[in-house]
Design a protein around this ligand. Structure first.
Ligand SMILES: [Zn+2]
Length: 206
């Protein structure tokens, strides 16, 4: 579970990588809902319908190969007014891949995903990789990890953990992948209702 420890402890990264966006600087009650790893038929369409029903916009960090497989879902994300970002073509781990291979994979994804936003899968990126991407991309991290992919927490625990951590300017990370579906489908609509009741607005990553 070493990987998870890193994902939950962005403090050290913040010091090492100050050019990344971890949270938006604002005095207003704004939050930034993000979904990684889609688009996939199992949950992206559901996510879009749910967001439309609540009149909320979000940012989708897409895997290039999924956009290649499901171009209609990708188009629908954009048509509905959401924002897309690049999440590599094959969901590569930055630490396990050399910089050239990593950058080539991002470029391959850019042929399918029209965006100047990038989020590294697993939050893993080497300094050399970031250096290549930063002139072209804004690298969007997060300050609230929902843990929706965790099989050891219930949907209610997932929701409560996010509610506890959310603050002004928070970037909240959920997933459009199969293992996150159960927690995500419960937590996101309840989270939206709770935050709207507290007069938060949902903004797009930029
Ligand atoms: Zn991912």
């Amino acid at each position: 579970m070493r990987k998870l420890r890193w994902l939950r402890a962005p403090g050290i990264f913040k010091l090492l990588l100050p050019n990344f966006v971890w949270r938006y600087n604002t005095n207003h009650k704004k939050v930034y809902l993000t979904f990684d790893d889609g688009p996939i038929p199992e949950s992206t369409l559901w996510t879009l319908d749910m967001l439309r029903g609540k009149n909320v916009k979000a940012s989708f960090f897409c895997v290039g190969d999924n956009v290649r497989k499901y171009p209609d879902l990708y188009r629908k994300i954009i048509e509905e007014g959401h924002v897309v970002g690049n999440h590599t073509f094959n969901h590569l781990k930055g630490w396990g891949n050399n910089t050239q291979k990593y950058i080539e994979n991002v470029i391959m994804a850019s042929e399918y995903i029209d965006s100047k936003l990038f989020r590294p899968p697993y939050g893993q990126i080497k300094r050399s990789q970031a250096k290549h991407l930063l002139p072209e991309y804004k690298i969007i991290m997060w300050d609230v990890l929902s843990g929706d992919y965790r099989q050891d927490i219930s949907p209610e625990e997932c929701l409560n953990a996010v509610l506890k951590k959310v603050r002004t300017g928070s970037i909240i990370l959920f997933h459009n992948n199969v293992k996150s579906e159960k927690n995500m489908r419960y937590a996101v609509p309840h989270l939206i209702d709770a935050l709207l009741a507290e007069e938060y607005s949902f903004e797009l990553c930029h």
